[in-house]
Design a protein around this ligand. Structure first.
Ligand SMILES: *[C@@H]1O[C@H](CO)[C@@H](O)[C@H](O)[C@H]1NC(C)=O
Ligand SMILES: [Zn+2]
Length: 300
């Protein structure tokens, strides 16, 4: 219905909501699944797309990838969560910031969100040696002085995305129930709720515990797939119990009204890119990542 309406009105902007994940597409709902995103969003067919499968024996150890520096992660903040129709975004204030990690600048947080599977099936976007993890957290940061993704999209590292993979644990993640409850308050496309006194440091560990990470250049994993992302995928996983995993996937609905499940894009070809791994014994050196970026520009 949505697509038909788009075509009748001839308004491409209305059709922007017409993309969907693989499991949503059916005869009743002929939405654009990931294999067809690039027909509406040409950049989704580019050569620096995300997510990827990280092959651990092929990564390049880079001694110039120092730890990241988190600012404002301990602050108690009131955050708005919003069902965006494809996932739920937890909006972060600009007081939450990121630097270090050989990123070429200072970054302000914009939002975080999760990717998950279905009941009992994993749903991370990145895979490690072919293994898909139960869930993945993305924290999206925009480089200063840009104010939006649109402004940042022409900069290869205009966006810094931090990715945390979850691993199933016997015990609950002690603070994930707050997130699950918030998801339960935004069941439908467009609905919002506020979590008060939220601390990002309750969800993720301090940066001292996050010295080990993978780094590569890629894209946003939803349309328009902007190729402006410096990705950091941490080695350290976050715990989640099977009870929490079941609860996460049951809270929200897609813009189509179906239960919001399997919200991950399939992995994309590396297309000649290198994946780097930090060496936790390394000394900081801020020239490192520029060298990496320049090399990638030359390849393409
Ligand atoms: C968060 O909201 C509460 C009221 O719900 C308010 O008392 C508090 O000052 C707010 N905190 C911040 C940091 O804005
Ligand atoms: Zn994401």
């Amino acid at each position: 219905m949505h697509l038909v309406l788009c075509l009748m009105l001839g308004l491409p902007s209305l059709c922007a909501g017409g993309w969907c994940y693989q499991t949503q597409s059916s005869c009743d709902n002929p939405c654009r699944d990931p294999s067809r995103w690039s027909s509406d969003f040409p950049r989704c067919g580019g050569l620096r797309q995300s997510p990827i499968n990280i092959v651990s024996r092929k990564v390049h150890v880079n001694t110039e990838l120092p730890p990241l520096e988190f600012i404002g992660h301990d602050d108690r903040i009131n955050i708005t969560v919003e069902n965006k129709g494809h996932s739920a975004h937890f909006h972060l204030p600009q007081s939450v910031r990121l630097s270090g990690g050989a990123l070429p600048g200072h970054y302000r947080a914009a939002q975080f969100h999760f990717h998950w599977g279905a009941s009992g099936t994993p749903g991370s976007e990145h895979t490690i040696d072919g293994e898909r993890f139960p869930m993945e957290l993305h924290i999206v940061h925009i480089k200063e002085p840009y104010g939006s993704l649109t402004e940042a999209e022409h900069d290869m590292a205009g966006i810094a995305l931090l990715a945390f993979l979850f691993e199933e644990a016997t015990d609950d993640h002690p603070h994930l129930d707050t997130v699950i409850a918030a998801l339960g308050q935004v069941q439908h496309n467009g609905s919002t709720a506020v979590i008060s006194n939220f601390q990002l440091s309750n969800i993720i560990p301090p940066s001292e515990e996050l010295r080990g990470y993978y780094r590569y250049v890629g894209s946003m994993t939803t349309p328009g797939c902007e190729q402006a992302v410096a990705w950091t995928v941490f080695h350290k996983t976050l715990p989640v119990s099977s009870r929490q995993l079941d609860a996460v996937v049951q809270q929200c609905r897609f813009w189509t009204g179906q239960p919001m499940m399997d919200i991950f894009r399939p992995t994309q070809p590396l297309d000649g890119r290198a994946v780097y791994r930090s060496n936790s014994a390394a000394r900081p050196c801020f020239a490192g990542f520029f060298v990496i970026l320049t090399t990638v520009v030359f390849i393409h």
